[in-house]
Design a protein around this ligand. Structure first.
Ligand code: ATP
Ligand code: MG
Length: 330
């Protein structure tokens, strides 16, 4: 099948519901009929300061979560980004192709850097989307399953691929974003005008937190002053977010849910969403702890993944270096 690549950062103690519903659910679904490459992107993680021991631990916990969500290492290639040095090597070539102004227009960089003064923002945070382009182009991916917030980065990747191809000859597959229609953007429960994000942890539901606590967070989600349960992300962001979460967790359509909750109160909807989450989280957490109980086996799975990833990555890098005009080593 077509090639897919996606990555997730090991920068929190747990993935959150936005990561799962916006991106990771597609990862699992796509591995059945795609040639899938999924990586824990630790190189991206250090664009902001990380504690080394914690980063190592979170990398394993991230891999365990991916396995527990259903990523099957026999059906897809699961690996850690830093185990494949070609990511950083291709990134340099693409950095020299990307425009400074072009990179400066990335809204995620503008948002994240606006929260800090210039000396605390790393150059790596600025060039992060270019490394992301390298991640994707290295595997000649056709599709990239991500949440809505990654659309602009994907557009940059496409532009860099096309620019390289027209300057040096056809080399990279130009990928397209695979963004789910519903749940592409899960909103913060306390501030439904903002996306759920680990960078703003107030209304975030973590997959590994105590599910009772999650259900409580969901029950206290911010909604609106009306009483009507209908799907309208513009006017009713909080209620629509709850409907989207419910639908994504249970596989039922928004229309079905709106019909079911016709005449019910917001409290009923919140309770049902909380229950749907607990039903998902309890077995999920059990599986994660099972994988973490045997870190040597986990590391072996990741080593196997990296070995397979490198077979593809070294070939793309070899061709790229040749096209650029680097003298091949004897
Ligand atoms: P940060 O705020 O540090 O960028 P994040 O919460 O966005 O962190 P990432 O590791 O950057 O997490 O994202 C992993 C994947 O999850 C990406 O594909 C991203 O599009 C998706 N994603 C993140 N937040 C959401 C959300 N609220 N709704 C849907 N998808 C999301
Ligand atoms: Mg993000």
């Amino acid at each position: 099948g077509p090639r897919v690549l996606s990555g997730i950062q090991p920068t929190a103690d747990s993935f959150h519901l936005g990561n799962y519903l916006g991106a990771l659910r597609s990862w699992v679904r796509m591995q059945a009929d795609h040639d899938a490459f999924y990586c824990v992107v630790d190189l991206h993680a250090i664009t902001v300061a990380q504690d080394p021991a914690l980063l190592r631990e979170r990398t394993r916990v991230s891999a365990a979560q991916l396995l527990a969500l259903g990523i099957d290492p026999d059906a897809s290639t699961l690996f850690v980004q830093s185990h494949v040095p070609e990511h950083a090597q291709l990134s340099w070539v693409l950095e020299c192709l990307a425009g400074f102004g072009e990179a400066g227009r990335m809204t995620q960089f503008k948002d994240k850097s606006a929260r800090q003064d210039a000396d605390h923002i790393s150059v790596g945070l600025f060039t992060y989307p270019v490394l992301q382009a390298a991640d994707i182009l290295l595997y000649q991916a056709n599709q990239v399953p991500v949440g809505e917030d990654q659309r602009q980065h994907l557009e940059l990747t496409r532009n860099l691929a096309q620019r390289f191809n027209s300057r040096y000859g056809d080399t990279f597959t130009v990928p397209s974003a695979h963004i789910p229609k519903e749940a592409a953007k899960i909103q913060d429960l306390q501030d439904p005008s903002a996306k759920m994000s680990k960078s703003q942890p107030s209304g975030v539901v973590d997959l590994l937190e105590d599910p009772k606590r999650s259900a409580k967070k969901i029950r206290s989600a911010v909604t609106d002053n009306e009483r009507e349960i209908r799907y309208d992300p513009e006017q009713k962001a909080g209620v629509s977010n709850l409907l989207a979460i419910h639908s994504a967790l249970t596989g039922r359509t928004i229309d079905e849910l709106v019909a079911e909750f016709d005449g019910s109160g917001y409290g009923d909807l919140k309770k049902a969403v909380g229950e749907a989450f607990v039903e998902f989280a309890v077995p999920f957490q059990e599986k994660v702890h099972g994988y973490l109980a045997d870190p040597a086996e986990l590391d072996k799975v990741l080593a196997r993944g990296a070995e397979h990833a490198r077979e593809v990555a070294t070939e793309t890098l070899r061709v790229t270096y040749e096209r650029v005009g680097f003298l091949p080593p004897l």
